[in-house]
Design a protein around this ligand. Structure first.
Ligand code: GLN
Length: 445
């Protein structure tokens, strides 16, 4: 009730929620109280949180930030939602996001932009900007996001919170509205690495309803948090400290890295030579998968339907023209083009080959070092409305996108400020090393 009151008082300024589920939240809180009275409580029982509006939630509007799904009420829960409910958490609602998770600033939402709680003139980052802003403003202690090319880590960095993108396949994608299926992954956004560890414990693990979800044991992610960092080998990718990096972000990042040295870690420079191909490869692969995933919104089965269609083709055309925003349309066009006969080999296949090289860069680096560190984003949060050109927006993703192409995990932790705007340190590890990343992040905090 306290947090629902805060949301009522403060979210008019931030716009971080699309839907607040008052009744369901109070009912879930009562159930949590009952579990506690029956001595049947776990570590997350009664924990209030919020869900990015990309997670299907039974009986609740699930819009994905789009007019297309403005009236869509999901008939089922995503696996992540089900698991969090089973753990006893209390969802307060659904957070704002870039339409279909396409964006780096939360300015592409049908429901309007989200403001950064540290500076209302700044963006919160995207696409999980509502989740990041809600946690930073103390509206919820934790929220769920998804990360296809940085959408957990970059808004976490911009809002001064901790956000973890797990290894691809660690968390089920069942019931998460698909953007780019080979890249999408859900993860926790919270005030600390410890909180992220407890949440990952609840959501990780095999799910037969997602064929890409890996059948592999789930460790207790909270168990190794306290391990000392003596002898930790840190690599600094030289490509992550080059042109385009804001000097004050660089200073904050390097200061943070010195803290690890003082804890007994060693630091050396490494190279990820294909880094500068990551943005072009991603912006071929992600739109290609998106154009295929978004073909289901046809005005027939669910979502927006135009008025008085003349015939079936008119129904498809106008429903899609009215339901999708500009950025989504741009990506459908790019994806349709790169998948079309005659262009497939030149673009899509080439991008997949580049993706393989990018993955190999990381695997080679992890032969030498335990973790990689660098900035989460080349700049701190930028002003609302400042980045109008799509290509300059895509360049924001330079340090986050390769991670999704490689399928490895990454975490962003708060590492100081530039003026009033937070800076995030990004820590990357090899596949399935979430426990190590959380340990390293926790020791820094
Ligand atoms: N900013 C990237 C994009 O627009 C990543 C988004 C995401 O991770 N969902 O595609």
């Amino acid at each position: 009730q306290h947090l629902l009151g805060r949301i009522d008082r403060l979210d008019g300024q931030l716009n971080s929620f699309i839907t607040v589920t008052y009744d369901q939240a109070l009912a879930a809180a009562d159930a949590a109280d009952a579990a506690r009275s029956a001595a049947n409580a776990g570590p997350l029982t009664g924990l209030p949180l919020a869900l990015k509006d990309i997670f299907c939630t039974r009986g609740v509007k699930t819009s994905c930030g789009s007019k297309m799904l403005d009236t869509f009420v999901s008939p089922y829960d995503a696996s992540v939602v089900e698991k969090l409910a089973t753990a006893g958490t209390v969802s307060l609602g659904k957070t704002n996001m870039d339409e279909f998770a396409m964006g780096s600033s939360n300015e592409n939402s049908f429901y309007g932009p989200v403001k950064n709680p540290w500076d209302l003139g700044a963006v919160p980052g995207g696409s999980s900007g509502g989740s990041a802003a809600a946690v930073a403003a103390g509206l919820v202690p934790a929220a769920m996001g998804t990360d296809t090319g940085g959408s957990i880590r970059q808004p976490a960095a911009f809002c001064g919170i901790t956000g973890l993108k797990p290894t691809y396949g660690r968390v089920s994608r069942y019931g998460i509205i698909a953007y780019a299926s080979s890249l999408d992954q859900a993860g926790p956004m919270a005030r600390s690495a410890e909180d992220c560890a407890l949440l990952l414990n609840a959501i990780a693990g095999h799910d037969p309803r997602d064929s890409t979800c890996v059948a592999r044991g789930v460790p207790d992610y909270a168990e190794e948090l306290a391990a000392p960092l003596n002898g930790l080998k840190i690599g600094l990718p030289s490509e992550y400290f080059g042109d385009g990096l804001d000097p004050e972000v660089e200073t904050a990042t390097r200061e943070a890295i010195k803290v690890f040295e003082s804890m007994g870690a060693t630091v050396r420079e490494v190279s990820l030579p294909h880094t500068h191909y990551a943005i072009p490869a991603y912006y071929v692969i992600a739109p290609a998968e998106a154009s295929s995933n978004l073909s289901r919104y046809d005005g027939v089965r669910f979502g927006h339907r135009c008025e008085n269609p003349a015939d079936l083709i008119d129904l498809y055309k106008r429903s899609r023209a009215e339901g999708f925003g500009d950025e989504v349309k741009r990506r459908i066009l790019i994806g349709t083009h790169t998948l079309s006969e005659g262009f497939f080999d030149a673009y899509y296949k080439k991008a997949q080959q580049v993706r393989r090289l990018i993955r190999q860069d990381f695997l080679d680096a992890f032969e030498e070092v335990d973790v990689l560190m660098g900035p989460a984003s080349p700049t701190p949060a930028f002003d609302l409305g400042a980045n109008k050109d799509p290509v300059s927006m895509y360049l924001q993703d330079i340090y986050t996108i390769a991670v999704n192409l490689a399928g490895i995990p990454g975490i962003s932790v708060p590492a100081g400020f530039v003026g009033s705007r937070p800076v995030g340190l990004q820590i990357l590890g090899n596949h399935f090393t979430e426990a190590r990343l959380l340990n390293v992040a926790h020791q820094f905090q």
